[in-house]
Design a protein around this ligand. Structure first.
Ligand SMILES: Nc1ncnc2c1ncn2[C@@H]1O[C@H](COP(=O)(O)OP(=O)(O)OP(=O)(O)O)[C@@H](O)[C@H]1O
Ligand SMILES: [Mg+2]
Length: 404
């Protein structure tokens, strides 16, 4: 079974360099490896000092490089769908009270890069696919898209093609959206299934994981902690943290040593937040990571004799349990404070909002008719209590911000 490792982190912290080191190491171990950039501003070509484009190019034994161009992917694979989906999701201001701020989807095209990565995975051509992602914010928006879009699709296309044809003339007025034409509809239906399969792949702990790259400074540490929380919210596995650009113990001057002591404080914080996840420290080199020799140096230095490449950390991020008087759903939300979180139920969906990130979890069938009783956030876990409603009660419950 192949594996997908996704690298993300704040802008400029060393994602591409560290992803490249992983790729070089994996290839040297005999794994057929693809290093693929899903960043709109890819720079694999720069770092490997070679020409890279929309088709995989060899870069040594077992190693291939690819820079995906989402526009090209859409043109070649989904000629109708982009416009149809923009009409549906992007421009309508569709009034859905539970996901109001999600309607404009920035970087929507990048989704096609993920779909392409899935196709490549399914082709079985590579043992390992290493994905060099855009800075965190964009990556998180991207990683939540498959679930978000398939959720919308199920809401708006539970009816199948015939009904869409019947509904089309009135759909604009009734739903304030433009339903796609039938040609696009085929693609949208295909897209729906592709998105469901993509989610399964990216959230399968035996296949996919995310590795976070950061530097020991306040803004970066804060963003890294937040992204860890959101990745957990969306049920992604995080199995590596790389602290880059660490100054030596004696950096040669009081000025630099002062920065070194600031870095130490943040390194300690990262080690406590990410206890249980392998953390790798990387020195601040006196040179850029550019060209094969520099990547190899990083690779030997960082991945040296460690088996970091093959590490896997499985955490149960989403647990349903029967408990007194009903069920509970526990979601891992490391670092979340109760005031950041809102939980409410809409029919058979539970909406969890953590700051600006929304997740909509369709409840399993066993919870049909269940209502949220209350919820709480403690010790990095959100716990939602459900009980079965008595017949005839209202289907929709607002648990309210205080969780009661
Ligand atoms: N440990 C290090 N020591 C010195 N320079 C480094 C180190 N790690 C990365 N660099 C340099 O820092 C710059 C940014 O690295 P890189 O491109 O890997 O970051 P990135 O997170 O991928 O950036 P972006 O967000 O722009 O994609 C590059 O010039 C790289 O050579
Ligand atoms: Mg990069």
């Amino acid at each position: 079974m192949g594996r997908i490792i996704i690298f993300t982190g704040k802008g400029g912290v060393g994602k591409t360099s560290i992803a490249a080191a992983h790729a070089v190491r994996a290839a040297s171990e005999g794994k057929k490896t693809l290093l693929v950039s899903a960043d709109m501003a890819p720079n694999l070509g720069d770092i490997f000092e070679t020409e890279v484009g929309g088709n995989a190019v060899p870069a040594g034994d077992n190693l291939y490089l690819l820079e995906l161009d989402p526009d090209q992917l859409v043109r070649e694979n989904y000629p109708n769908i982009s416009k149809a989906m923009r009409n549906l999701f992007g421009s309508s201001g569709l009034a859905l009270d539970n996901l109001d701020d999600e309607m404009i989807i920035p970087g929507f095209e990048n989704l096609f890069s993920l779909l392409k990565i899935r196709d490549i995975y399914n082709s079985g051509e590579y043992d390992l696919i290493i994905v060099d992602c855009a800075p965190t914010g964009e990556t998180l928006s991207l990683l939540k898209l498959p679930e978000l879009l398939s959720w919308y699709m199920e809401k708006f296309y539970p009816v199948g093609k015939t009904m869409v044809r019947v509904m089309a003339p009135v759909s604009k007025a009734k739903y304030k959206v433009t339903l796609p034409n039938r040609k696009a509809m085929n693609e949208i239906e295909q897209m729906h299934w592709s998105l469901v399969a993509l989610q399964e792949l990216l959230k399968d702990p035996d296949v996919s994981s995310v590795r976070l790259v950061c530097t020991p400074e306040k803004m970066v540490v804060d963003e890294t902690k937040r992204s860890y929380m959101y990745l957990n919210l969306y049920h992604y596995q995080v199995d590596g943290v790389f602290i880059n650009r660490i100054l030596p113990d004696d950096a040669g001057s009081d000025f630099m040593n002062h920065w070194g002591s600031i870095q130490k404080k943040y390194i300690r914080e990262l080690e406590s937040v990410f206890a249980g996840i392998p953390i790798t420290r990387i020195a601040w080199y006196p040179h850029e990571v550019r060209g094969r020799a520099a990547i190899q140096h990083l690779c030997d230095d960082v991945l040296g004799d460690k088996d970091i490449l093959n590490v896997r950390v499985h955490t149960d991020n989403e647990i349903y349990e029967a408990c007194d008087g009903g069920w509970s759903l526990t979601i891992r939300l490391p670092g979340a404070a109760k005031e950041d979180v809102t939980v409410y139920q809409h029919e058979m969906d539970v909406n969890i909002k953590v700051n600006n990130f929304n997740r909509c979890i369709p409840l399993p069938n066993t919870l049909t008719g269940a209502q949220i009783d209350g919820w709480d956030v403690a010790d990095g876990f959100l716990r939602i209590q459900f009980s079965k409603k008595a017949d005839g009660q209202d289907e929709t419950a607002e648990a309210g911000k205080d969780g009661k």
